[in-house]
Design a protein around this ligand. Structure first.
Ligand code: NIG
Ligand code: FE
Length: 420
């Protein structure tokens, strides 16, 4: 099938020489074509360019004479590569708005977790839900995510915390992968919280993750990545190293939570184990920035979590100025970031973290694609990449996307070249 999108006011996020990620000054580079066409063939981007040659001729002969199955007129509209959301906990059973109210009244996230709320509250509800129920809820959430312009998503387990429940969550993610047009990657986060019965001897829970969960998860091929909540009050660096070691042996690449509550050593552990990303990073010192330089690890910031929990802001500007790449994802989950909206993350990247719009687009598309291991096929508009893109409503410029925060600017969505 061949589709032509013509008269695009501006085609944004193209790459003529595709890169796997952008770092430091490169993050300011956002290639665009004004008054453009885009051709999609068999689910992939096939060609793009200006509608008119410099001599004023209407598009190239190859297009003038070609036959298309579908022609779309995008006059006054911009076209972007879909967002990639590289950090979510989208499969969960219950919302947690009562804890949200407790937090307004003064309790901290850590205090709620200590008394058995938080992640353990979600784990209780997850245990009670059937695989089908979890699947239906997750499917509806995925539909909404897709409508807002996201085309690829990483989803973690971690609300199970027993072997049975963790497997149930991962099987739900597998079914989502099989049935959804979104590109999905799964991440095994058995070490997300410490179940009550393991308090005081959490190394026994770590043993369970290593000796029972990881081999079973691997036997069913359920996880692309392995994650640990490496932070103060949760899993220690030593716990994390043991779990990552075990996961790597079974072919799962690390992608971890670090430095949300404290400078916990998590960034260093992630780098040491070749993590594809270290995520959160609300607490960062110079040593953490230094340690990420020259590595394969993508520092990933979760603006929704910092916003929702009123946490300090990760020093994104400082990291980019130090030459690092930065990715920004939603962290969509019921406890610390109940928003599925990558358009909002794009706005926060500019408003709260002082990234320029160009940097913010790279942080939410190409660099998040890298952080979930798919930037060779997604994250920009490049010939041969999967045709995941959206057409905006009539808007004045690409800067309007982060500027008009809270407004849905996406009008039409295409995944694998097909309009949905
Ligand atoms: O990424 N920080 C750890 N995990 C999630 C929150 C989990 C929850 O509170 O349900 C996060 O923010
Ligand atoms: Fe998270």
């Amino acid at each position: 099938m061949k589709t032509l999108v013509k008269n695009i006011k501006e085609l944004v996020g193209i790459e003529t020489t595709p890169q796997l990620r952008k770092q430091g000054k490169e993050m300011s580079r956002l290639e665009t074509v004004k008054d453009a066409y885009l051709i999609v063939e068999d689910g992939k981007f096939a060609a793009f360019g200006p509608m008119r040659a410099e001599n004023g001729d209407a598009y190239p002969d190859s297009i003038k004479n070609a036959k298309f199955d579908i022609e779309i007129d995008a006059t006054d509209r911009l076209v972007f590569p879909s967002f990639c959301d590289s950090h979510t906990h989208l499969v969960y059973a219950n919302s947690r708005e009562m804890e949200f109210v407790d937090k307004i009244r003064g309790l901290s996230y850590e205090e709620i977790a200590k008394r058995g709320g938080g992640i353990l509250n979600s784990a209780k509800a997850t245990a009670a839900a059937s695989e089908d129920e979890l699947y239906d809820m997750a499917w509806r959430r995925l539909e909404e995510v897709m409508r807002l312009g996201t085309g690829a998503i990483e989803i973690k387990s971690g609300y199970g915390l027993t072997t049975e429940s963790e497997l149930k969550l991962l099987r739900v993610i597998r079914r989502l992968k099989e049935n959804s047009p979104l590109t999905i990657k799964s991440n095994f986060l058995g070490a997300h919280g410490i179940p009550m019965e393991y308090r005081g001897h959490q190394e026994d829970y770590v043993d369970l993750v290593i000796n029972e969960m990881i081999p079973l998860v691997a036997a069913e091929g359920l996880a692309d990545f392995i994650d640990v909540f490496c932070d103060q009050g949760f899993f220690t660096c030593e716990d994390t190293e043991r779990i990552l070691d075990a996961g790597i042996k079974y072919g799962m690449r690390p992608k971890i939570h670090a430095n949300e509550m404290a400078i916990s050593g998590g960034v260093q552990v992630g780098v040491k184990y070749g993590a594809i990303s270290v995520d959160h990073l609300e607490q960062m010192g110079d040593a953490e920035i230094e340690c990420l330089k020259g590595t394969e690890t993508m520092p990933t910031i979760l603006p929704g979590c910092a916003f929702f929990l009123n946490l300090p802001l990760s020093p994104a500007r400082k990291m980019v100025d130090a030459g690092l790449p930065v990715a920004m994802a939603s962290d969509y989950n019921p406890g610390t970031s109940p928003s599925n909206n990558m358009q909002l993350i794009l706005s926060m990247a500019c408003i709260r973290y002082r990234l320029t719009p160009e940097e913010a687009f790279n942080a939410t598309t190409l660099n998040t694609a890298y952080a979930m291991g798919v930037s060779n096929e997604l994250g920009s508009i490049a010939v041969g990449k999967k045709a995941n893109f959206y057409i905006t409503k009539s808007i004045p410029s690409y800067e309007y996307m982060p500027y008009a925060y809270g407004e849905n600017k996406v009008e039409r969505i295409f995944l694998n070249g097909v309009e949905l």
